[in-house]
Design a protein around this ligand. Structure first.
Ligand code: ADP
Ligand code: MG
Length: 676
């Protein structure tokens, strides 16, 4: 039961099932003392009038709890029948929960509830564990958990929970010992003990993750790599005669970093961060020329067909005047063409290939892949990076490019094994994109503005949200939107293209191409266009139902315009009434175009799990620590991990053996092996 409901099957797991708060079962709120600003309350009283209301799916359970000063309602929307069976009319209970007020009356929905008797009325802090309704109904209450855990603590001795952190570290960072921490985390005598215990275990969690990253990084730096000895004719030629613009200082600096990295004889593992439009592509291209100059092949891998094509076209148009062949390899390249590309990659006559996931298939063999560029990294599973390595005996240099600026705390946790380059400067002459918030009631004005832009020769994007759970609904709102756009934009005069995730790839691509080529004036789309698409003539991005987009997503979308010389606009369309929280989010986008600022705010508001998909959130998931709130601890543990590995890179010292063991065990759990 515990195993299926909470994943607890061993004593160890019980030990690490920490309480999420503590309560003192002798301190109660009197019902008549509850005020507007009371957020949570613990009340002891008698339960009466237990009854169901509503029917079908809307069925709910209502009960009244009273003490000697007044009464309050308790509500259950889920599991009403179960709860009804478990609760006794006129029974005495202790109830805890978040207060809601309704017409001047207070209620608590889904409270923690426990029988109030002598046994429970122990003074001091009692642990409160997360549980499930099923367990509660089976009688496995919080109390039972506490009993189990406390029985366990009576059996074990301090040496059963040995210290895994070296003494030097616990001393330097003032951390209590592990046995103390875990026991006090379950049974603190006061708030202070709980805080100390909590700090110590958070510290340990973050330290372990930083140790893993630091060790991966050590592995990387020890990894031999191809040595790019020289900057040759091809690179110099391109720089002198074919570069269509002057590089920004930031681009020059990053190129230099790449050049130094690739000349060491060690493998490069570099993350290139640069806001949308900062000009990462040209940097990647020139890094590839460096590889060719030294007799190697290079590839660039993009997350979608459209993006791969776009890279292909821009590389092809820049490099073909120099007589350098670039080929495309995606799922759509078939037959003779595919065969020829594969043969030429294997015999080394093809120097640059642009592609999608198709590049990591086993059938793709390179003669001597020297550099692999991966664009828009977070769309790829982390494991896929690793597969590119295996294309040679010697792994290629790796350049990972991302357009989503990554807040420092996240970068330390997710990409701490990589060196980081940042392009922090936009090419000159870019005009700031004017961003405004418009409510539905101003739609006519907005649509007229779009038409006037199109009449000036520009193109516009209209983007609808697409969230998986309600895919069907979203599809309906997209097609309804499309019909509406057709009313505003006379189809006899204007061309409208539509792309969305439900189209088959060919159709999607055809529509995309109609817009890229300038044939279509308006592109109605879901977020499939979020990443990387480059249509410099597009000057307006209209985001529909902006309240449903994440900050980083809106920023990415906005980055699709402002790529040409024209003044560009981003319009965030919302319902007439929006929540305060939504206002706050919209205002962030309206008030800044700095991707790093936006990413920091996004992380703070949404947390890492939501921002970076499930695959990576496993690495970001801690029992106690929170990389945003505990960023100070994170910095500390990073330093500590580096210092420790400087002294003992292979963890051979006797005082590091238990730590090493813990790293190995946790490494298995979090699948660290699959990264990089
Ligand atoms: P991103 O970093 O978003 O991938 P791109 O590489 O697509 O950006 O570049 C955006 C646009 O800026 C492209 O049209 C590119 O040709 C142009 N560009 C890049 N670098 C410069 C520069 N130094 N000066 C002027 N234009 C540039
Ligand atoms: Mg790009």
């Amino acid at each position: 039961m515990l195993r299926t409901e909470l994943g607890i099957g061993t004593f160890d797991e019980l030990l690490y099932h920490y309480p999420y708060r503590y309560s003192d079962r002798t301190q109660f709120n009197k019902i008549n003392s509850i005020k507007e600003d009371t957020e949570y309350a613990q009340i002891a009283g008698t339960l009466v009038n237990i009854g169901e209301e509503g029917d079908g799916r809307k069925k709910r359970l209502i009960a009244t709890l009273y003490d000697d000063t007044g009464s309050i309602q308790l509500l259950w929307f889920q599991g009403a029948q179960w709860m009804k069976k478990a609760l006794k009319e006129n029974g005495k209970y202790i109830v805890y929960g978040k207060l809601n007020s309704f017409n001047g009356f207070y209620n608590i929905a889904h409270p923690e509830i426990e029988v109030w008797n002598q046994e429970n009325a122990v003074p001091g802090l009692q642990p409160v564990y997360s549980s499930t309704q099923k367990l509660i109904i089976k009688g496995i209450t919080n109390r039972s958990f506490a009993k189990l855990t406390s029985a366990l603590f009576e059996k074990i001795k301090p040496y059963d929970i040995p210290e895994i952190l070296p003494l030097e570290i616990t001393k330097q960072y003032n951390l209590c010992n592990r046995y103390y921490a875990i026991s006090k985390l379950h049974f603190p005598e006061n708030e202070n003990q709980a805080t100390i215990a909590n700090h110590r275990m958070k510290w340990e969690e973050l330290f372990i993750s930083q140790m893993m990253i630091a060790r991966l990084r050590l592995q990387h730096t020890a990894q031999a790599g191809w040595k790019f000895e020289k900057v040759g004719d091809i690179f110099n030629n391109f720089y002198k005669d074919h570069l269509p613009f002057q590089l920004t200082n930031a681009q020059k600096r990053v190129l230099k970093e790449i050049r130094l990295d690739t000349a060491t004889g060690k493998q490069m593992n570099r993350l290139l961060q640069g806001d949308v439009g900062s000009g990462k592509t040209i940097v990647a291209l020139m890094a590839m020329l460096l590889a060719i100059d030294n007799g190697f092949q290079a590839c660039i891998m993009a997350p979608t067909e459209v993006l791969a094509q776009q890279h292909f076209f821009s590389l092809h148009s820049l490099l073909s005047p120099m007589g350098i062949t670039v080929k495309l390899l995606t799922g759509n390249v078939k037959g003779k063409e595919r065969k020829s590309v594969l043969i030429r990659l294997a015999d080394g006559t093809l120097q640059i290939v642009v592609g999608t996931h198709a590049l990591i298939e086993d059938s793709v063999q390179f003669k001597n892949l020297g550099l692999a560029v991966i664009d828009e990294q977070h769309r790829f599973g982390v494991g896929q990076r690793a597969r590119l390595w295996k294309k040679n005996e010697m792994p290629p240099h790796i350049l990972v490019m991302t357009a989503t600026p990554i807040p420092r705390t996240l970068a330390m946790t997710l990409y701490g094994d990589l060196d980081v380059s940042v392009i922090d400067e936009l090419p000159p002459g870019r005009q700031e994109i004017k961003t405004v918030h418009r409510k539905e009631m101003y739609r006519p004005g907005v649509m007229k503005f779009l038409i006037s832009e199109v009449d000036k020769g520009r193109q516009v994007y209209i983007v609808y949200p697409l969230i998986e759970e309600s895919e069907k609904l979203d599809y309906e709102s997209l097609t309804a939107g499309y019909e509406q756009v057709k009313i505003w934009f006379n189809p006899n005069k204007y061309n409208i293209a539509m792309v969305h995730g439900k189209q088959d790839p060919d159709e999607k691509e055809r529509n995309m191409q109609r817009f890229i080529s300038g044939h279509a004036h308006v592109l109605v789309a879901t977020t499939v266009i979020e990443v990387g698409v480059n249509v410099p003539n597009a000057s307006v991005m209209l985001i529909e139902s902006a309240e449903r987009f994440g900050l980083s997503q809106m920023h990415q979308l906005r980055g699709r315009v402002g790529r040409g010389a024209e003044q560009s606009y981003c319009i965030l369309m919302t319902a007439n009434k929006v929540s305060d929280e939504c206002y706050k989010r919209i205002n962030i986008i309206v008030s800044t175009t700095n991707g790093f600022t936006i990413a920091e705010q996004d992380l703070a508001m949404r947390g890492p799990g939501d921002m970076y998909g499930t695959q990576q959130s496993g690495i970001l998931k801690f029992k106690l620590a929170d990389i945003v709130k505990d960023s100070a601890i994170l910095e500390e543990t990073r330093k500590a991990a580096q210092q420790l590995l400087e002294k003992d890179p292979k963890l051979q010292l006797p005082q590091h053996q238990l730590l090493k063991q813990a790293l190995i065990e946790q490494g298995k759990e979090k699948h660290w092996g699959k990264i990089s």
